[in-house]
Design a protein around this ligand. Structure first.
Ligand code: NAD
Length: 415
């Protein structure tokens, strides 16, 4: 990540909310520290017989409103502070969307592109078996994140189930549909980002058909967001991935970019579009900018040059605190991650409910309920921001922190 330490950013946001809400230092301390952390060493047998040891973490930030919930990331940049920050943001996201979970996050420090499928299966199974004591449908429910997918979740579910002696579908979400996954889960985060982006455009008086979008990251979140925005009539003028960026001021043909990525693994080289610098993409003129790749990409250095009217945070933590202040001063609306990208956890919650009941819903039912939750959270946050004079991020964090703090106060402290 290119910004500051994400844990410092997350704790600063919490400190602001605690101050605004008038809670004491004890409440800050309780919410600033994760309830439980587990770091494991994962011995991996490579295909050539060598053994390599990689590090994995699982951080459970909070259980007050229900079991912990959060993604599992495979990336060479994983570190414990980053996992702690992401776990805290999950707590706020679940509270804001009013799903009955606390927050968690997991990470394995590994570059999945450097390993075979068999090696990734062995890493996943060993990591899962190391964290089995702290996960489960009533304890902590992992899901996919950067570098992991529904196959990873299928292996986790199988490893956990083998340890229990029976199939436990509710231990992870983001599973393949044929294995207890939910219809609509794969596209849920992107749909949620798009719903919120369209609400933001409407709130600022922009017609989608006369608006342009720039999307950073073309993975599980960015790719669907680009497609759904284009379907809603927004002209997507630039997209990027870790290899580079492409633009077409007349609007990219997203279906053709998707087909090109399926074929080559990158957006770079897509015929008919112009290759541009990945960093320059963030400062292109557009109506809505969706950072949907990694943390800390909008910083003090580039925020003054951002020409988007609205930033919708598809990624977790893409805007540093300093950049946030600059964007606010420049009148750029920033829709915070805990609201904008919450569609994934909402449908994960639906998947868990369906798996626990062994009764599955139709895709249209899932999408309709997702839309309802996203729009209701959008109204909660914008109403609160308007009545309190807070930024959307501070309003969202305050609402979420208040829900978690209220639950703490009602439950009381044991012993
Ligand atoms: P992914 O691994 O599927 O995709 C990540 C994409 O970002 C890839 O296209 C990669 O090439 C690109 N990328 C990486 N570094 C980049 C850089 N420096 N510049 C431009 N592109 C870069 O991951 P994902 O699941 O799409 O997650 C993306 C972000 O969204 C993360 O912050 C994640 O925590 C967050 N998020 C994901 C979900 C989900 O359901 N998958 C839900 C909520 C939030």
């Amino acid at each position: 990540m290119s910004g500051g330490n994400p844990l410092d950013e997350a704790r600063d946001q919490l400190a602001n909310a605690i101050k605004t809400l008038g809670y004491d230092e004890g409440m800050y301390d309780m919410l600033a520290s994760p309830r439980r952390e587990l770091t494991v060493s994962i011995p991996l047998r490579r295909d050539d017989g060598r053994v390599e040891v990689v590090t994995g973490h699982r951080v459970q930030h909070n259980f007050t409103r229900g079991p912990a919930k959060g993604g599992l990331r495979y990336s060479p940049h994983v570190d414990l502070d980053e996992v702690r920050a992401l776990a805290m943001w999950m707590t706020w996201k679940c509270a804001l969307l009013d799903v009955p979970y606390g927050g968690a996050k997991g990470g394995v420090r590994i570059d999945p592109r450097q390993y075979s499928r068999a090696e990734l299966e062995r890493v996943t199974r060993r990591y899962t078996s190391e964290i089995i004591p702290i996960i489960g449908p009533g304890h902590d429910i992992p899901a996919p994140d950067i570098g992991t997918d529904e196959q990873t979740m299928a292996w986790m579910m199988d490893t956990y189930s083998a340890s229990q002696g029976h199939t436990v579908l509710g231990v992870v979400t983001g599973k393949p549909v044929s294995l207890g996954g939910s219809l609509g889960r794969a596209s849920a985060t992107s749909r949620g980002v798009t719903i919120v982006a369209l609400e933001a455009l409407a709130a600022r008086g922009f017609d989608p058909a006369a608006s342009t979008a720039v999307v950073q990251g073309f993975g599980k979140v960015g790719r669907g967001t680009a497609r759904f925005l284009a379907e809603a009539g927004v002209s997507v003028v630039a997209v990027s991935d870790q290899y580079g960026a492409i633009e077409d001021p007349d609007g990219l043909d997203i279906a053709s970019v998707e087909a090109f990525v399926d074929e080559t693994g990158s957006v770079v080289g897509h015929p008919g579009s112009r290759e541009i610098d990945g960093a320059a993409l963030l400062t292109l003129p557009c109506t809505v900018l969706v950072p949907a790749a990694v943390e800390g990409v909008l910083t003090e250095a580039n925020a003054p040059r951002v020409r988007a009217k609205i930033v919708v945070e598809g990624a977790n933590g893409p805007t540093t605190a300093a950049a946030d202040r600059i964007l606010e001063a420049h009148g750029v609306m920033v829709v915070p991650d805990i609201l904008a990208n919450a569609g994934g956890v909402v449908v994960s919650y639906f998947e868990w409910v369906q798996a626990n009941q062994a009764y599955w819903w139709s895709e249209s039912e899932v999408e309709q309920r997702l839309g309802q939750r996203m729009r209701s959270a959008w109204s909660d946050v914008t109403d609160h921001a308007e009545s309190s004079g807070l930024s959307l991020r501070n309003a969202a964090t305050c609402l979420a922190v208040q829900r978690v703090a209220d639950a703490h106060l009602l439950r009381g402290l044991y012993p």
